[in-house]
Write a protein of this length. Sequence first.
Length: 162
Amino acid sequence: MHYNECFGCGDDVEGGLHIQSAVAEGMVVVSQFEVTDAHQGAPGLAHGGLLACAFDEALGSTVGNLLRRPAVTGRLETDFRRPVPVGSTLHIVARLDGVAGRKIYVSADGRLDAEDGPIAVQARALFVTVGFEHFTSHGHTDAMQKFRQARTREREDWDINP
Ligand SMILES: CCCCCCCCCCCCCC(=O)SCCNC(=O)CCNC(=O)[C@H](O)C(C)(C)COP(=O)(O)OP(=O)(O)OC[C@H]1O[C@@H](n2cnc3c(N)ncnc32)[C@H](O)[C@@H]1OP(=O)(O)O
């Protein structure tokens, strides 16, 4: 689900990750993360926390695109296999591994600079389906209002009763 003020996918967020995700053949969701100076940790290399964030986004997008229900990350585990340089693009392929009640298991591989590039980062996550009250009771009212207006414009159809 695209939200313009999201640090992971929002178009207008300065220094954000600006990740774009799409469903691809084989029921996977592919995302690209272009690593810029704004994402640096060690000199010239991506910050590990931001790489984890990129996978949180890619995996959250996988849940949203494939199941179309609101869910939040309960657990996220990352393996950093290779350094990811500034200026590179991480090609992330994510899949749905299973659903058990409200629990949704997803995982992803991130390859450097090409769809068949070397694996640099891998992640697994547990998302938990939540009701819309999760956002309305914990988030700011004005942010929720903006989000709802954008959804109405785009006419996205989500299952809101977990
Ligand atoms: C309007 C809205 C639109 C929505 C848009 C979507 C946008 C998405 C944006 C994406 C942006 C990117 C994504 C983000 O950044 S999402 C932001 C980061 N995540 C959060 O803020 C989540 C904070 N946590 C919570 O709110 C609660 O803890 C949740 C809701 C997760 C569960 O609390 P709740 O009280 O509801 O449920 P429960 O405690 O009965 O747990 C249920 C089941 O889950 C199992 N479990 C739970 N945690 C863990 C764990 N750590 N390891 C292993 N298992 C765990 C638990 O054992 C149980 O299993 P079982 O006993 O039933 O077998």
